[in-house]
Design a protein around this ligand. Sequence first.
Ligand SMILES: [Zn+2]
Ligand SMILES: [Zn+2]
Length: 297
Amino acid sequence: MNTGIKKTLVDLLPPATVVAVVVFWASVPQSWAENTWTMVGVTAAITVFVLVLEQLFERHPGWRMNRREFFTDLFYMVLNATLIAKASNFFAEEPIKAAKHAMGIATPWAMEMPFLAQVALVVFLVEFGQYWMHRLMHNSTPFWLTHAPHHHITQLNAMKGAVGNPIELFLISLSVVAFFDLRLNAVLCAFSVTGVISTFNHANVRSDPPLFYSFFFTTIRNHSLHHSVPYEDTRCNYGNSLILIDRIFGTYREGEADVVGQEDRRRLSIKEQFLFPFQPLIAMVRDRRGRSMSVGN
Ligand SMILES: [Zn+2]
Ligand SMILES: [Zn+2]
């Protein structure tokens, strides 16, 4: 195949996948949406598809998948779909729904909107909240300590968007979507759309979608720059899926990075990722213990 045409087709993979998930959720019956396994199946299909693309259209040899990376990433995918989702539902969605019910608030107008408008509303609500939470994480030390493990990853791959300290994963999962009455298909469609975009923007795939997509949605170019090694260079392109929000609030930066990580680019183990926010506390306890021992001596 002509290399120009092949490049164009590879570049169009992210928008084509977004269209495919929208068509899927717009056409399946409500009973499918109510079955949890449908969402699990869609997420798994997106992930497997992009993992295969990593093998076919590699972006950087330094990001090539290996067993250790694969199983670490898979662990976080399962953690997000189980414990983090349950925590988010228990501490955020259910209380929002209960408060809404107690105050007698309803938003029937949202349910009346066309399917695509409902999807767009959910994408915007999720992304607007995540943008400010993410920006806070890059501007406040306690929040940064929860987010830093995501930046300590030393290569980018399809499932890397799921990797992070559980506190961060919980904070980033919070949204006000439960406040609105919406079609379940539209809500799940929006989650799948942000899932596709976030999978591609962490993936080792050489797709550089055209401006009709990259003006609005985050790509691997913009997000790899966010994963740069110098800390100051990470303070841009906060939008998980909607880079448009960075353009509006002046945090958008053009460019890309192939060397990613933090500090000396040491890869953290799952245990280190879990303990990372408590490092100052652990150091303080160790320091005190060390001092009391030297006094004892
Ligand atoms: Zn970040
Ligand atoms: Zn990331």
